[in-house]
Ligand binder design. Structure first.
Ligand code: PMP
Length: 457
């Protein structure tokens, strides 16, 4: 008889997992998902799970969307690949660029396609360097990000990321990369009121620019509209617009990383739309194709694009780009996703069901472990603490959030565990209030089970 258990691939050491404790996965084996439908996925053991994290906050339209599969199939049959180098192009990519310009903030008029978020950030950093060099301001080199910010894993993007685990052993950050404190209200360095946090952030940015030698030395400030991998940290209302203004006054570029927040996640198509913020550059990925095919992009202002056209000597190419820039299959997938966002009004669903999720998480506060509850749209987190009143964190090394994540999985729910015992939820944007209630029920059970296990230890 065929021994199915032994025929399953495990590749515990051949496959190198990103952001994983490798020794642990070598010992336990990978968690293998085999199918998905709507907001549910199935693992190799046949267990059905609610995907409370939309893959990696990317499967915004949910699993099993046949119209997207069909768009990919048609494009793959017709023309699976076309280069974008040397003036070549393909129809889906051209159409997608037009659509993105139509849908994104007014200031963004041009699109450079990448394969994902990290290379979108890396391309942005290179475009900024190039822009200031060709416009005779080569001394504008420093870039500033936020502590707890996440901007992918390219060498330059990981340096700009404000999370120490992304720097450790990688010799990062790079020269010219700097950070100011996050607007993190629950453990704020600025204070607890909106005004204190906003003014504190502006002061910190001004002080950092001054410390680096003034505006003539600083190129740009980068931020996410809601910090994602840093632990779902939502700024006060008005923060994004205030930072935009501060950058304009300081004469530095304002770059918004909407890799997570783009395509409806916070309740608007782009998080910038909440405060009508008009950035100089924007990075997108994830929801662009809902994870059905890899793709990201940099959106840029006309001023920056025109400099690339006019200020570069005619016989020199813009020598940047990837084999798969503007990939036709990914572009066809993205167009199909955009249609779904519009037709099914998924940003609106994220707003309505997101408010329901946040209310449900607030109700979990009666559990003494829950210190903070925060979110915007379908992007939410709880922060687990040893003491609700004093906000004292758990002893390091207890692995509380990992234990909750494990218990959630056993209860049929996928959540994400971040550093500092933060648990994140970001389900597909098609999620219903009933699905959310089930997620909350399973999460409550998981926290309870984790508490019993830890108390007994
Ligand atoms: N920027 C942000 C804000 C992100 O959240 C991510 C990924 N989580 C990235 C950039 C990098 O994207 P990718 O993993 O597609 O390279």
């Amino acid at each position: 008889m065929l021994d199915l258990a032994n025929s399953l691939p495990n590749a515990t050491h051949q496959f190198v997992h990103p952001f994983t404790q490798l020794a642990e996965v070598e010992a336990s084996g990978p968690t293998v998902l085999v199918a998905g439908e709507g907001v549910r996925v199935t693992d190799r053991d046949g267990r059905e799970l609610l995907d409370g994290f939309a893959g990696l906050w990317c499967v915004n339209i949910g699993y099993g969307r046949i119209e997207v599969v069909e768009a990919a199939r048609q494009q793959m049959s017709k023309l699976p690949y076309a280069s974008s180098f040397f003036g070549f192009a393909n129809e889906p990519a051209l159409r997608l660029a037009e659509e993105l310009v139509r849908l994104s903030p007014e200031s963004l008029q041009h699109v450079f396609f990448t394969l994902g978020g990290s290379d979108a950030v890396d391309s942005t950093l290179k475009i900024i360097r190039y822009f200031f060099n060709v416009t005779s301001r080569p001394e504008k080199k420093h870039v500033i990000g936020l502590e707890r910010g996440y901007h992918g894993v390219s060498s330059a993007g990981a340096g700009l990321t404000g999370l120490s685990n992304c720097h450790l052993f990688f010799d990062l950050p790079l020269p010219y990369q700097h950070h100011i404190p996050s607007h993190y209200r629950y453990r704020s360095t600025y204070g607890s009121t909106d005004a204190e946090i906003i003014n504190g952030s502006i002061d910190a940015l001004q002080a950092k620019v001054a410390e680096l030698g003034g505006s003539s030395k600083v190129a740009a400030f980068f931020c996410e509209p809601v910090q994602g991998s840093g632990g779902v940290i939502v700024p006060p209302e008005g923060w994004l617009a205030a930072m935009r203004d501060a950058c304009a006054k300081l004469d530095i570029l304002f770059v918004v990383d909407e890799v997570i927040t783009g395509f409806g996640r916070t309740g608007q198509l782009f998080a910038c739309d909440w405060e009508r913020v008009e950035p100089d550059l924007m990075t997108i990925a994830k929801g662009l194709t809902s994870g059905y095919s890899p793709m990201g992009a940099v959106l840029l202002s006309d001023e920056i694009y025109r400099a690339l056209v006019k200020q570069v000597p005619r016989d020199l190419p813009f020598a940047h780009g990837f084999t798969y820039t503007g990939h036709p299959v990914s572009a066809a997938v993205a167009l199909a996703c955009l249609e779904i966002y519009e037709r099914e009004q998924l940003p609106e669903n994220a707003k309505v069901v997101g408010a329901h999720l946040l209310k449900g998480l607030e109700a979990l506060r009666e559990n003494p472990w829950i210190g903070d509850v925060r979110g915007k749209g379908l992007l939410a987190a709880i922060e687990l603490v040893a003491n609700q009143k004093t906000r004292a964190p758990f002893e390091p090394g207890l692995g509380v959030s990992q234990l909750v994540r494990k218990k959630a999985y056993e209860n049929g729910l996928i959540v994400r565990a971040f550093a500092d015992n933060i648990i994140g939820l970001a389900p597909p944007l098609i999620v219903s209030e009933d699905d959310v209630d089930q997620m909350l029920e399973r999460l409550a059970r998981a926290i309870h089970a984790a508490k019993i296990e830890l108390d007994a230890a």
